[in-house]
Design a protein around this ligand. Structure first.
Ligand SMILES: Nc1ncnc2c1ncn2[C@@H]1O[C@H](COP(=O)(O)OP(=O)(O)O)[C@@H](O)[C@H]1O
Ligand SMILES: [Mg+2]
Length: 407
């Protein structure tokens, strides 16, 4: 059979970044060789941008944009559908501006050293490096958001910091202590609590038993009052098994337990996963409680707008590295700054600084220089640059700089 049209329903689902690139290349080869048309449905924008000539964008059953990939990528309605509306009303802009003032009141006046400092960290699974050269900090009393497409390496970053997987390179300093490659239980004792993606609760335990685990020994003398004050809906469910609660209630149990531990830093990995937007809103409203209790929060989120609304700063992950970092309020207003990491290309930065991972060299300092390369080397450079979301020249410069540092 020689088909004229192939229909593909989410072929990139479950693939990692490399596999998605290989898929895009395979689709392009098939298309050229067999002159066949394709109709592809996918929300993985890196595949869509690489494989498609023309796009139709649907949002809740409504066609919101059509055009060539480079046009659609710039369309504000598409950016909004992916990331939520930008904060552009006067009132919201005011809250955004007022935020630093509020933060100053909360921050302790003396210590300026960050609570958490991650330097040039790399990690992965079974010899495959998934995150590279991660640099980030979380200040005392700060709420920091970590956003980025699926598979960008956000969860892996949290796991590497909290000691669940070992780092290959780099250094992690927490509250003045070097915790690189320390055991996770030792890191917990220093005051870092990690609520993993999927919440990490024991479904058979009751709510009360789960909350008492805040004392590690599960002692019945644990005072549950602060948790129940913050999450009053748990009062009537203390003797119910956690597994029988709704997803939103389970997340409240996880947050309530973390509150009782009174950690210095809380990691929250996709707290809102699988929950209805109204429930997500309620959970976000509780995050401020941690700040008031003196806990810094580092949260990974798919609900970009809600995360940026409560965060002071944010990091945008793209294919295993930090692509953009800066004040959350700036990212909230200028969606272009983060759209690239979601929609498959790096974009111009507003007043958000590069983290030294090198994705964004200042254009005024660039000069042209041409060299002759063997064809296969040129292809390898182009493919790797595409994989890492960089221009080929930018990537060569990075490699040369890294080589220089190694000597
Ligand atoms: N346990 C694991 N073993 C092997 N690869 C993994 C594992 N967990 C995640 N990965 C891979 O690491 C990459 C980053 O995943 P992850 O950190 O979970 O991304 P995110 O949290 O940003 O969605 C993905 O390519 C994913 O397939
Ligand atoms: Mg994740």
């Amino acid at each position: 059979m020689r088909p004229k049209l192939i229909l593909l329903d989410e072929p990139a689902s479950g693939l990692d970044a490399d596999e998605t690139n290989a898929l895009a290349a395979a689709l392009n080869r098939i298309r050229e060789k067999f002159k066949v048309s394709m109709l592809l449905v996918d929300h993985d924008m890196s595949l869509v941008m690489r494989a498609c000539d023309y796009l139709y964008v649907l949002d809740f059953g409504e066609l919101i944009s059509t055009g060539r990939p480079e046009q659609v990528r710039e369309d504000p309605r598409v950016i909004e559908a992916y990331l939520g509306a930008a904060a552009d009303s006067a009132a919201e802009a005011e809250t955004v501006k007022a935020k630093p003032k509020k933060k100053l009141e909360v921050l302790p006046p003396v210590s300026t050293a960050p609570l958490l400092e991650v330097k040039d960290m790399s990690a992965g699974y079974g010899g495959i490096e998934v995150i590279r050269g991660i640099n980030l900090t979380v200040g005392r009393g700060e709420i920091v958001a970590c956003i980025g497409a699926n598979g960008a390496g956000k969860t892996t970053t949290l796991r590497a910091i909290s000691g669940i997987i070992r780092t290959n390179r780099g250094k992690v300093v927490f509250d003045g202590k070097d915790i690189t490659r320390k055991a996770p239980e030792a890191i917990v004792r220093l005051g870092m609590v990690h609520i993993p993606q999927g919440r990490g609760l024991f479904p058979q335990l009751t709510v009360a038993e789960t909350l008492r685990l805040a004392s590690y020994s599960g002692a019945s003398s644990v005072d549950l009052a602060p948790a129940l004050d913050a999450f009053p809906m748990l009062k009537s469910r203390l003797n119910q098994a956690v597994g029988t609660l709704s997803g939103g209630q389970q997340q409240m149990v996880a947050l309530a337990r973390a509150l009782l531990v009174q950690p210095k830093l809380l990691f929250l990995d996709e707290m809102s996963q699988g929950l209805a937007p109204a429930v997500v809103q309620q959970l976000f409203e509780r995050i401020e409680i941690f700040r008031k209790a003196g806990t810094s929060v580092f949260l990974v989120e798919q609900f970009v707008d809600s995360a940026l609304a409560i965060a002071d700063r944010a990091y945008v992950f793209e294919q295993g590295s930090v692509a953009v970092e800066g004040p959350a309020a700036v990212m909230r207003r200028d969606r272009d700054v983060i759209a690239g990491a979601y929609l498959g290309t790096a974009v111009a930065m507003a007043d958000v600084s590069s983290n030294g991972n090198g994705h964004h060299a200042p254009t005024e300092s660039l000069a042209d220089f041409s060299i002759k390369l063997p064809a296969e080397l040129k292809r390898a450079v182009q493919e790797r640059a595409a994989r890492e979301g960089m221009e080929p020249g930018e990537m060569i410069a990075e490699l040369l700089k890294a080589g220089g540092r190694a000597k």
